[in-house]
Design a protein around this ligand. Structure first.
Ligand code: AR6
Length: 208
């Protein structure tokens, strides 16, 4: 740890997408952090073993938000694969803070890592649960030899986690746990969330 970190800012030129923003940091000599605006269902790294993270619920059979978009893009095979994940107790396939993996089916990414973040106003310790969701997603990725992973802003939609607080939990947990991965991406849907993540990354990762 320590020492090596730098930031560069560039503009994505692919797809004529109004010049979406992208900012990069170095988490370690071998692992970079990329923060961009975009739709996570479209994300992949060509030819690599990669995964997008699905902000799911404990039942793991789909829902609204990014979960709904990921299931629509992956096709009905994803729901079938989720259904096969054993329940740990009735109605719970993935307890809050844990993670499960399936193939990506019709998605560009080869895998989906399903995790469940905290419902901000209900969870007794939302910060710990959110950190667990990031930590266990990264652990499952490494156990499956995935080197490229993309996260959305877990819990920042339907589950109502404030984005500025979530950004610090997300970046600091990824900084601690990214060893063994090549690239960790955040693919974020709104300017508000993109700005919160960029600010947290500058504060936590830029030496000055
Ligand atoms: N790409 C990237 N980010 C997205 C996309 C997308 N295609 N769609 C939405 N977001 P949410 P949560 C952003 O609600 O808060 C579901 O019903 C969104 O703007 O998807 O963890 C599940 O089944 C927000 O910033 O997840 C659960 O019941 C972020 O993704 C529950 O919602 C997360 O918002 C999970 O709620």
């Amino acid at each position: 740890g320590g020492g090596l970190s730098s930031a560069r800012v560039s503009t994505l030129s692919n797809g004529g997408d109004n010049g979406s923003k992208l900012v990069s940091f170095q988490l370690s000599p071998a692992c970079s952090l990329e923060i961009q605006k975009g739709d996570i269902t479209q994300w992949s790294i060509d030819g690599a073993s990669d995964a997008i993270v699905n902000p799911a619920n404990e039942l793991m059979l789909g829902g609204g938000g990014a979960d709904g978009a990921i299931h629509r893009a992956a096709g009905p095979e994803l729901r079938d694969a989720c259904y096969q994940v054993p329940e740990v107790r009735p109605g719970v396939r993935c307890p809050t803070g844990e993670a499960r993996i399936t193939p990506g089916f019709r998605l560009p990414a080869s895998h989906v890592i399903h995790t469940v973040g905290p419902i901000y106003d209900v969870d007794g310790n939302p910060e710990a649960s959110l950190a667990n969701a990031y930590r266990n997603s990264l652990r499952v990725a490494k156990e499956n030899n995935i080197q490229y992973i993309a996260f959305p802003a877990i819990s920042c939609g339907v589950f109502r986690y404030p984005s500025d607080e979530a950004a610090f939990v997300a970046i600091s947990t990824v900084r601690e746990c990214a060893d063994g991965l090549k690239e960790v991406h955040f693919v974020l849907f709104s300017d508000e969330i993109y700005n919160a993540w960029s600010k947290a990354a500058r504060e936590l990762l830029s030496n000055s």
